[in-house]
Design a protein around this ligand. Structure first.
Ligand SMILES: [Zn+2]
Ligand SMILES: [Zn+2]
Length: 392
């Protein structure tokens, strides 16, 4: 059962609209979706104001040349709550309110929108041409390109761990120590900044602004990556890092022999237990329950980059237009992906994925706190590069 069963999609919509960079800030607040009445308008580019669900619905219906049938008299009431019930009447309503098929851009029609191959060829992993700067945000397939980058990053990191003897075997996994944690922070800061460089709004801000975003986003990126891996590969109760080392709520599990127990050890063990339990419950469990896939993982990383916490929002000043357009594209592709994956409950699925963002933010707070008290997260031993970023 999904942990978000009781949330209404409208709550997700309003969460999505509460971000300062959301496209809805470009439309007047009185405007509603002309099709279903949803208060959060995504775009009017097809000829009438439409919410994300209705915009994606209209485009899919046109692009796929779908024909629907009404099971009643062709006069169903399309509201936010029941909009999925009758596709025939929903599409009729799209036309009635003025959405025009010819307004669908060529990009929408020609872009390869087939589901991504889960195992890209080795060539596409190694070949740096597969993902080149500048072409990502103009591409019709933002998320699929980012999944390629994601695969490249995992591949390169694993290669690095192997070459430097840092990879723990999966069968007899080793307890993560402060070197592992430090290394994963560095790795994720690098990967997060590489991710950002693919996206125009991030690419265009000053170095100081980038650092300020990365101080927070690096953690978000790390949590999504490790949560994703943990959900798919770890045994119950274990949180795993990118090099397969683990953290368990039991602080002493896997402790090297000859470990000296100090006065503060019990306190540390207590905090460690709370911390690991928090990560497992707020991130790994929902990722596992929802069986998050590569595209959804890439979408989460992207949305988190574009919607930093309130105190950091100002760093995108002057780039709001770019932020909104990348955000809209990411949301539309995620919605489309959800509808492809779950034709009957795609919109609900989309909402469940977006709700993970607040769980991830809780996890970020847990990490911040833990870096101050833990010896596994021993801040004083951290690399100066990581420290500089964390302190800014
Ligand atoms: Zn709508
Ligand atoms: Zn109908």
């Amino acid at each position: 059962m999904s942990p978000f069963e009781n949330m209404e999609l409208s709550e997700v919509d309003s969460m999505y609209s509460s971000s300062a960079s959301s496209p809805s800030s470009f439309t007047s607040s009185e405007e509603c979706c002309a099709v279903c009445g949803n208060e959060v308008v995504n775009s009017s580019r097809y000829g009438a104001p439409g919410c994300l669900g209705c915009v994606v619905f209209f485009r899919r219906a046109i692009v796929r040349n779908s024909t629907f049938k009404c099971l009643r008299d062709g006069n169903c009431n399309i509201t936010n709550e029941y909009r999925c019930a009758c596709r025939f009447c929903r599409l009729q309503k799209c036309f009635t309110v003025g959405m025009r098929p010819e307004a669908i851009q060529r990009r929408d029609l020609v872009g390869p929108r087939s589901p991504v191959d889960p195992k890209p060829s080795l060539k596409s992993l190694i070949d740096p041409v597969a993902v080149t700067e500048n072409n990502i945000d103009d591409s019709s397939n933002l998320l699929q390109n980012l999944v390629l980058l994601q695969n490249q990053q995992t591949f390169k990191a694993t290669q690095y761990f192997t070459e430097n003897n840092l990879l723990s075997s999966t069968e007899s996994s080793r307890r993560a120590d402060s070197n592992d944690v430090n290394l994963m922070f560095k790795l994720c800061m690098n990967q997060a900044s590489e991710w950002g460089r693919q996206l125009k709004p991030f690419k265009r801000i000053s170095i100081e602004a980038k650092q300020s975003i990365l101080a927070e986003y690096g953690f978000a990126f790390l949590l999504v990556d490790q949560g994703f891996k943990t959900a798919r590969e770890a045994k119950d109760g274990f949180w795993i890092l990118q090099n397969n080392t683990f953290m368990n709520a039991d602080y002493f599990l896997g402790m090297p022999e000859g470990y000296e127990v100090e006065k503060t050890t019990n306190k540390k063990a207590e905090l460690h237990e709370k911390f690991v339990t928090d990560l497992l419950n707020s991130v790994a469990k929902p990722f596992r329950d929802l069986e998050i896939d590569d595209i959804e993982c890439a979408a989460l990383k992207t949305v988190l980059l574009l919607t930093p916490s309130f105190s950091k929002r100002a760093v995108y000043a002057g780039q709001e237009g770019y932020v909104a357009s990348v955000h809209t594209q990411c949301m539309e592709e995620l919605m489309e992906h959800s509808l492809n994956k779950f034709p009957d409950r795609g919109e609900e699925r989309f909402g469940e994925i977006l709700l993970l963002i607040s769980s991830i933010r809780c996890g970020i707070k847990a990490i911040y706190n833990q870096t101050r008290v833990s010896d596994v997260f021993n801040f004083t031993e951290f690399d100066s590069v990581v420290k500089d970023i964390l302190l800014c």
